[in-house]
Design a protein around this ligand. Structure first.
Ligand code: ADP
Length: 165
Protein backbone atom coordinates (compact mmCIF):
# COMPACT_ATOMS: atom_id res chain seq x y z
CA UNK A 1 0.00 0.00 0.00
CA UNK A 2 1.48 3.35 -1.07
CA UNK A 3 1.00 6.10 1.49
CA UNK A 4 1.55 9.71 0.43
CA UNK A 5 1.98 12.94 2.32
CA UNK A 6 1.17 16.36 0.86
CA UNK A 7 2.55 18.99 3.24
CA UNK A 8 2.09 22.74 3.00
CA UNK A 9 0.85 25.94 4.57
CA UNK A 10 -2.56 25.96 2.84
CA UNK A 11 -3.34 29.47 4.12
CA UNK A 12 -5.99 29.09 2.71
CA UNK A 13 -6.39 26.09 0.40
CA UNK A 14 -7.05 26.98 -3.24
CA UNK A 15 -8.27 25.23 -6.38
CA UNK A 16 -4.57 24.68 -7.16
CA UNK A 17 -4.06 22.69 -3.95
CA UNK A 18 -7.32 20.81 -4.49
CA UNK A 19 -6.25 19.84 -7.99
CA UNK A 20 -2.96 18.43 -6.65
CA UNK A 21 -4.85 16.58 -3.88
CA UNK A 22 -7.31 15.01 -6.35
CA UNK A 23 -4.55 13.85 -8.67
CA UNK A 24 -2.29 12.61 -5.87
CA UNK A 25 -5.16 10.68 -4.29
CA UNK A 26 -5.31 8.60 -7.48
CA UNK A 27 -1.59 7.84 -7.40
CA UNK A 28 -1.36 6.66 -3.79
CA UNK A 29 -3.70 4.45 -1.79
CA UNK A 30 -3.86 6.83 1.14
CA UNK A 31 -3.03 10.54 1.13
CA UNK A 32 -2.35 12.62 4.22
CA UNK A 33 -2.66 16.36 3.66
CA UNK A 34 -0.61 17.98 6.38
CA UNK A 35 -0.86 21.60 7.51
CA UNK A 36 2.37 22.99 8.91
CA UNK A 37 1.87 24.71 12.26
CA UNK A 38 5.36 26.22 12.43
CA UNK A 39 4.72 28.96 9.91
CA UNK A 40 1.63 30.10 11.81
CA UNK A 41 3.13 33.43 12.90
CA UNK A 42 2.40 35.07 9.56
CA UNK A 43 -0.61 32.94 8.72
CA UNK A 44 -4.09 34.38 8.32
CA UNK A 45 -5.81 31.18 9.45
CA UNK A 46 -4.83 29.07 12.45
CA UNK A 47 -3.63 25.56 11.66
CA UNK A 48 -6.94 24.10 12.89
CA UNK A 49 -8.93 26.49 10.67
CA UNK A 50 -6.76 25.58 7.69
CA UNK A 51 -7.41 21.91 8.41
CA UNK A 52 -11.16 22.54 8.61
CA UNK A 53 -11.15 24.29 5.22
CA UNK A 54 -9.22 21.39 3.69
CA UNK A 55 -11.63 18.89 5.23
CA UNK A 56 -14.61 20.71 3.76
CA UNK A 57 -13.21 20.67 0.23
CA UNK A 58 -11.93 17.08 0.35
CA UNK A 59 -14.96 15.55 2.09
CA UNK A 60 -15.82 13.56 -1.04
CA UNK A 61 -12.36 12.00 -1.48
CA UNK A 62 -12.40 8.88 0.71
CA UNK A 63 -8.66 8.17 0.85
CA UNK A 64 -7.68 11.68 1.97
CA UNK A 65 -7.07 12.60 5.60
CA UNK A 66 -6.18 16.09 6.84
CA UNK A 67 -3.98 16.75 9.84
CA UNK A 68 -1.71 19.43 11.27
CA UNK A 69 1.89 19.04 12.39
CA UNK A 70 4.92 20.85 13.60
CA UNK A 71 8.54 19.84 13.28
CA UNK A 72 10.24 17.98 10.48
CA UNK A 73 8.03 16.86 7.61
CA UNK A 74 10.05 13.69 7.09
CA UNK A 75 9.47 12.72 10.72
CA UNK A 76 5.74 13.07 10.14
CA UNK A 77 6.06 10.93 7.01
CA UNK A 78 7.84 8.24 9.00
CA UNK A 79 5.22 8.38 11.73
CA UNK A 80 2.47 7.71 9.18
CA UNK A 81 4.53 5.24 7.12
CA UNK A 82 4.39 7.53 4.10
CA UNK A 83 7.07 6.85 1.52
CA UNK A 84 5.97 9.42 -1.02
CA UNK A 85 6.00 13.15 -0.47
CA UNK A 86 3.81 15.14 -2.85
CA UNK A 87 4.57 18.73 -3.86
CA UNK A 88 3.24 20.95 -6.63
CA UNK A 89 5.22 22.89 -9.20
CA UNK A 90 3.77 25.99 -10.80
CA UNK A 91 6.67 27.72 -12.47
CA UNK A 92 10.44 27.78 -12.64
CA UNK A 93 10.37 30.01 -9.59
CA UNK A 94 8.97 27.11 -7.51
CA UNK A 95 11.63 24.74 -8.79
CA UNK A 96 14.71 25.98 -6.95
CA UNK A 97 12.94 26.09 -3.59
CA UNK A 98 11.22 22.75 -4.07
CA UNK A 99 14.41 21.05 -5.28
CA UNK A 100 16.34 22.08 -2.18
CA UNK A 101 13.55 20.91 0.15
CA UNK A 102 13.30 17.57 -1.68
CA UNK A 103 17.07 17.06 -1.57
CA UNK A 104 17.29 17.97 2.10
CA UNK A 105 14.46 15.59 2.92
CA UNK A 106 16.09 12.84 0.90
CA UNK A 107 19.38 13.36 2.72
CA UNK A 108 17.61 12.98 6.08
CA UNK A 109 15.23 10.22 5.01
CA UNK A 110 16.50 8.31 1.94
CA UNK A 111 13.51 5.95 2.08
CA UNK A 112 11.15 8.82 1.24
CA UNK A 113 10.89 10.17 -2.29
CA UNK A 114 9.28 13.41 -3.46
CA UNK A 115 6.94 13.36 -6.43
CA UNK A 116 6.20 16.68 -8.12
CA UNK A 117 2.88 17.24 -9.81
CA UNK A 118 2.99 20.04 -12.34
CA UNK A 119 0.19 22.50 -11.92
CA UNK A 120 -2.98 22.33 -13.89
CA UNK A 121 -2.48 25.19 -16.37
CA UNK A 122 -5.76 26.72 -15.21
CA UNK A 123 -4.20 27.30 -11.79
CA UNK A 124 -0.60 28.05 -12.72
CA UNK A 125 -0.82 31.62 -11.38
CA UNK A 126 -2.74 30.73 -8.24
CA UNK A 127 -1.38 30.94 -4.71
CA UNK A 128 -2.79 31.46 -1.22
CA UNK A 129 -1.27 34.97 -1.30
CA UNK A 130 -3.28 35.77 -4.43
CA UNK A 131 -6.47 34.80 -2.61
CA UNK A 132 -5.62 37.01 0.37
CA UNK A 133 -4.61 39.97 -1.77
CA UNK A 134 -7.62 39.91 -4.05
CA UNK A 135 -9.91 39.24 -1.10
CA UNK A 136 -8.45 42.15 0.82
CA UNK A 137 -9.52 44.52 -1.95
CA UNK A 138 -12.91 42.81 -2.12
CA UNK A 139 -12.28 41.23 -5.50
CA UNK A 140 -14.08 38.08 -6.59
CA UNK A 141 -12.28 35.07 -5.09
CA UNK A 142 -14.65 32.50 -6.55
CA UNK A 143 -12.08 31.73 -9.26
CA UNK A 144 -9.54 30.82 -6.60
CA UNK A 145 -11.23 28.87 -3.80
CA UNK A 146 -14.01 26.26 -3.82
CA UNK A 147 -17.54 27.45 -3.13
CA UNK A 148 -17.86 25.59 0.18
CA UNK A 149 -15.24 27.81 1.78
CA UNK A 150 -15.66 31.19 0.06
CA UNK A 151 -17.71 32.77 2.85
CA UNK A 152 -15.38 31.60 5.61
CA UNK A 153 -12.35 32.92 3.71
CA UNK A 154 -14.03 36.25 2.96
CA UNK A 155 -15.11 36.68 6.58
CA UNK A 156 -11.61 36.03 7.88
CA UNK A 157 -10.02 38.46 5.41
CA UNK A 158 -12.57 41.08 6.42
CA UNK A 159 -11.81 40.61 10.12
CA UNK A 160 -8.14 41.06 9.37
CA UNK A 161 -8.88 44.16 7.35
CA UNK A 162 -10.88 45.66 10.20
CA UNK A 163 -8.06 44.91 12.60
CA UNK A 164 -10.23 42.49 14.60
CA UNK A 165 -7.57 39.76 14.46
P1 ADP B 1 4.34 26.06 1.28
O1 ADP B 1 4.32 27.18 2.27
O2 ADP B 1 4.77 24.75 1.82
O3 ADP B 1 4.95 26.40 -0.07
P2 ADP B 1 1.73 26.17 0.03
O4 ADP B 1 0.46 25.97 0.74
O5 ADP B 1 1.96 27.51 -0.57
O6 ADP B 1 2.80 25.78 1.07
O7 ADP B 1 1.90 25.08 -1.10
C1 ADP B 1 1.99 23.71 -0.83
C2 ADP B 1 2.42 22.99 -2.09
O8 ADP B 1 1.41 23.14 -3.08
C3 ADP B 1 3.71 23.52 -2.71
O9 ADP B 1 4.44 22.42 -3.24
C4 ADP B 1 3.22 24.43 -3.82
O10 ADP B 1 4.17 24.52 -4.86
C5 ADP B 1 1.96 23.68 -4.26
N1 ADP B 1 1.00 24.58 -4.89
C6 ADP B 1 0.51 25.74 -4.41
N2 ADP B 1 -0.34 26.32 -5.29
C7 ADP B 1 -0.37 25.48 -6.38
C8 ADP B 1 -1.04 25.54 -7.65
N3 ADP B 1 -1.81 26.56 -8.00
N4 ADP B 1 -0.82 24.51 -8.52
C9 ADP B 1 0.01 23.48 -8.16
N5 ADP B 1 0.66 23.38 -7.00
C10 ADP B 1 0.49 24.37 -6.11
Amino acid sequence: MAIGLYPGSFDPATFGHLDVIKRASKIVDKLYVAVLVNSEKNALFTAEERCELLRKITADIPNVEVLSYSGLTVELARQYNATVMIRGLRAVTDFEYELSIAQTNHAIAPEIDTIFLTTNLKYAYLSSSTVKEVGFYEGDISHFVPEEIIDIVKEKINKKKLGLI
